[in-house]
Design a protein around this ligand. Structure first.
Ligand SMILES: C[S@@+](CC[C@H](N)C(=O)[O-])C[C@H]1O[C@@H](n2cnc3c(N)ncnc32)[C@H](O)[C@@H]1O
Length: 232
């Protein structure tokens, strides 16, 4: 991984903002991911993220924290928060912005336990593929204190396969429709292709049940997105 995402966060943080990140997937054209969005304040966050922050309790782990926006808000409310990310740049920026406990770490290598685990901005993306969901959910389960919760958002992206006549063009023989090949570029450089998973609520709920977790709909968003609350 070249960590172009982290480089972009570092540029923005250090006053060198000149370009946004460009993303695309195997089913969609190029899209702009504005860097200021990755530094959003509470008032600019989607309603489902605001809801997740309101539901937080106890010691918190923010997984895939990016620039640490959610955790900075939680810290300001007095919560003890740890942030982790596989992006060195993201962790550097989180520290520069004032996150007190930040570590470059893959969620699969985390060993501490928490009362709330947050995965936001399509948190299921980190699972990459449907076949890996059980592995990640089982790991997250081991990190929960008694009475703990996982707060995770995603979207049902079936709408991306809808044509103008209201029909769907998805290939039923292909894998799960939420599994995307995800491409990112920044300042003309291309990141290695990634897998990024969007999960509809029912599929997430079923996956939770298979590993002994309970999944409830906490809030539905404005565009096929939702926040789920997962407990043991
Ligand atoms: C879409 S960004 C979300 C950033 C942030 N949560 C936000 O809402 O602005 C996803 C983040 O997850 C991180 N990530 C991906 N896989 C991860 C893993 N296995 N463990 C920890 N972080 C991961 C990426 O480096 C990236 O910073």
């Amino acid at each position: 991984m070249k960590d172009l995402f982290g480089n972009a966060l570092l540029d923005y943080q250090n006053g060198n903002y000149s370009e946004d990140i460009i993303t695309s997937t195997h089913i969609s054209d190029e899209d702009v991911l504005p860097l200021p969005y990755l530094f959003r304040e509470y008032k600019d966050m989607p309603k489902i993220e605001q809801k997740a922050l309101k539901l937080c309790k106890g010691d918190i782990l923010d997984v895939g924290c990016g620039s640490g926006s959610h955790s900075l808000y939680l810290q300001s409310k007095g919560y003890k928060v740890k942030v982790i990310d596989i992006s060195k740049g993201a962790i550097e920026v989180s520290k520069q912005r004032g996150v007190l406990h930040a570590e470059v770490l893959n969620i699969l290598d985390e060993t501490e336990t928490f009362d709330t685990i947050l995965l936001l901005m399509n948190g299921t993306g980190i699972f990459q593929e449907l076949t890996q969901v059980s592995k990640y959910l089982s790991q997250l389960k081991t990190l929960l204190n008694p009475g703990g919760q996982i707060l995770i958002d995603s979207s049902d992206i079936k709408y991306m396969y809808e044509d103008e006549d209201g029909g769907f063009w998805m290939d039923m023989n292909a894998g799960y429709y939420g599994e995307l090949d995800y491409f990112l570029s920044y300042k003309g450089e291309k990141e290695s292709p990634m897998k990024w998973l969007y999960l509809d609520f029912e599929t997430l709920k079923l996956a939770c049940e298979t590993v002994g977790l309970t999944c409830e709909m906490s809030m539905e968003g404005e565009h096929f997105d939702y926040l789920a609350r997962i407990t043991i």
